[in-house]
Design a protein. Sequence first.
Length: 249
Amino acid sequence: MRKYLILAACLALIVAGVFTYISTHDNQHQKTPGKMPPIEKKARIEIPPEKVVDYGKLVEDTDTELNTLMKERKAPYGVDKSIDMIVKSDESIRVGNKTIRMEKILDDLKLKQGEILEKDVEGGTTRKDRNEYGIHVVRPEDNIWNIHFRLLKEYYNHKGIQVSPLADEPNRRGRSSGVGKILKFSEHMVHIYNVKEDKLEMNLDQIYPLSKIIIYNMTYIFALLDRINYKTVHRIEFDGETLWLPAEQ
């Protein structure tokens, strides 16, 4: 009997020792923060507030700051009524209840023209575009020819040149005037965007009021217009693709 009591006492001591070791080991582990695996902190991505140019606010004149900004942007080009908005590539436009990012439109244009879109490490598009884009919102009874002609007349009026309302008409022989050739070439310089369907529009003849916008690359177009001497505009040639300007004499 005594033998069994000694054996039981030994087993009790062993169990107590094991329990004490486990408890001590756990306490030491909990008290040693240096042995804990480091927690990886992810950098917080700050998203800048969206910059929206709202056509409705411009028409209704409910945003003084926005209207002032648009006037300032239009002034260097000498345009006012022929262009509704001038926006930058990192801005958005709102027409009715639709908001479209200019970056998305420009990416669509690049894809249409077969250009490769470069992506940055965060998945966004690498944008070095510093151009400004003129937006004309199509109204009832608008057509692409008259839209371009209004812009051309405003541009020359700013330079002190009065363009006749008939300057775009063919001559007696039925040949296009110099202004007419510029307007025909202009069709290759602009893009139409379908606001409702959120896509580029290929058909220049079908432009529906308030559902489509005309997009001008202001930097490119006005660089071209600045090269045209209106006194020799009648000597301009256009072959359907290329506009040939007369040499300066």
